[in-house]
Design a protein around this ligand. Structure first.
Ligand SMILES: [Zn+2]
Length: 271
């Protein structure tokens, strides 16, 4: 019985893959999209609230009020400008929290659910401009539907067939599968193409909000000085040198946006 279910699901998946490529309006690139935008956002919300509730229980979230206030002020300035790339982001339930942990990491899931680890502050001693660059980069992943794309790729893999088969047997199959997928893809590295897209959109987003584009370069220089090789989540990221070279080419392009925004009073999203 299970074998039949798997076969049927695998066939359904193959059909979905054949029909599942869509051109992304933000990046102009064709992406495999087996999950709808609403499904990706809904499952990210579920996974994020389960994650934060569990961190809360372990007292591992928002323990340093100064860090929380700082990251909310910075992302609050970035969010209004994110709408320039996609207007539906105005309806996202944006949220950012500081997770207690040594990782030099941050993320933004589909639908604007963000987090940054305390390790990022402790190990990088970032300036506000550098924090803005990392969060703008993460927001750019969400704007470009990279979570949705990773969920689709996971579904198209063996893992997806297994999750679907498990889900089909469970009473709340859909929900559990979506939840498992959303959690899985947070840990899955982005492709190099996705990284370049997030770098390009991120540096422009930060410039529009009045954050210095040069900070994108100082951020990656600091990152390479950390030593011990890139963290696991960066394993498929472009090498630091390639990335710094690409970002250096982008700086003069967004510099006028930065100069224009710097003198202006910025709109702020309130969480
Ligand atoms: Zn990235």
């Amino acid at each position: 019985m299970l074998k039949n279910v798997k076969l049927v699901l695998a066939a359904a998946l193959l059909l979905a893959i054949l029909a599942g490529c869509a051109t992304n309006p933000v990046t102009g690139r064709s992406q495999l999209m087996l999950v709808s935008g609403q499904e990706a956002v809904a499952s990210s919300y579920q996974a994020y609230s389960a994650m934060t509730a569990s961190l809360q229980q372990q007292s591992k979230i928002n323990r340093d009020a100064a860090k929380v206030a700082r990251i909310r002020a910075i992302t609050g300035r970035l969010i209004p400008h994110a709408l320039a790339w996609r207007s539906d982001a105005a309806g996202w339930k944006w949220e950012v929290n500081v997770i207690d942990g040594p990782e030099v990491n941050a993320f933004c899931m589909a639908g604007g659910k963000m987090a940054i680890y305390s390790g990022f502050f402790d190990q990088m001693s970032p300036s506000d401009d550098e924090l803005a660059q990392v969060m703008a980069h993460e927001i750019a992943h969400a704007l470009s539907d990279h979570t949705r794309e990773k969920m689709s790729m996971a579904m198209a893999s063996d893992l997806g067939v297994q999750l679907l088969a498990t889900g089909a047997q469970a009473s709340q199959g859909q929900t559990q599968m979506a939840h498992a997928l959303a959690l899985y893809v947070i840990q899955m590295p982005n492709s190099r193409t996705a990284e370049s897209e997030a770098d390009r959109i991120g540096i422009e987003l930060a410039a529009r909000a009045g954050y210095d584009p040069e900070a994108a370069i100082s951020l990656w220089k600091k990152m390479s000085r950390l030593g011990g090789g890139p963290p696991q989540w960066l394993s498929t990221h472009p090498s630091n040198e390639t990335r710094i070279a690409e970002l250096s080419r982008l700086v003069p392009r967004v510099e006028p946006l930065y100069r224009e925004a710097r003198g202006k009073r910025q709109p702020v999203y309130s969480f």
